[in-house]
Design a protein around this ligand. Sequence first.
Ligand SMILES: Nc1ncnc2c1ncn2[C@@H]1O[C@H](COP(=O)(O)OP(=O)(O)OP(=O)(O)O)[C@@H](O)[C@H]1O
Length: 268
Amino acid sequence: MNTQQQDLIALTGAGVYRQGRWLIRNVDLHVKPGEIVTLIGPNGSGKSTTVKCAIGLEKVDEGRALRKSDLSIGYVPQKFSVDATLPLTVRRLMTLGAHYSTAQIEDALGQVGLSGRTDDLVQHLSGGELQRALLARAFIGKPDLLVLDEPVQGVDYAGEAALYDLIGRFRDETGCGVLLISHDLHVVMAKTDRVLCLNGHVCCTGTPQSVMSSKQYSDLFGARAAESIAIYRHHHDHTHLSDGRVLHADGSVSDHCHKEEEGHDHAR
Ligand SMILES: Nc1ncnc2c1ncn2[C@@H]1O[C@H](COP(=O)(O)OP(=O)(O)OP(=O)(O)O)[C@@H](O)[C@H]1O
């Protein structure tokens, strides 16, 4: 990756305020071409909200969200539902909003192990197959940025490794950036260039190696590091108040939870 390259997306001090509370605050996130950046964090910690701000689906209430001009994005959302009464074939799914040749569609589907399935109804795909089809749809336009919100949900273990390999290969071949939300600690550590651990704010960040060798990482993940579930068992020592300020364990209140260090224990 060339660090001189322009960011594809950049959040700076981003905050989203909805229904009387800050969903995220003080979030900095940058993705350059060729870079895989992964967000991890507990349920409800603001990962999807952060991704939506980055690609312009949510607006930020403070801070800045910038995107490279003419940025093309291949997005696999966390939730994708198809109306059971609306017949939608895999071919149609692949061409919604764009035109691709049969050869291009077959090639994209072949890459995710769905060759020959173009005429199947999307409603009849299994959960893992639908996920693969959505990934093929994200790949097919060769976007500048792939944004994948839990791309392997419902995919079996062997299929999961294969799909992450595919994402890595796609990045290598096209030089695209990848912004990923993952719950799989092994995958995060193996594939990603940079990890951001969110809990309403960025509580620790760095290369997988630097995060893994940091005290914050062992405090966060400790002996359970081998278990992906460890991600959800942070030991927390401060609370986010409804006005966005932070109540620390010693009773002090500050505007944000970053005191001096990059990563730390925290709570919401
Ligand atoms: N538009 C909205 N209005 C109000 N609250 C919202 C809105 N969108 C998200 N939230 C809340 O913000 C919090 C963060 O949601 P988000 O989906 O970003 O979390 P997440 O880290 O992706 O969670 P998960 O791992 O469960 O998918 C949640 O408590 C959610 O209910």
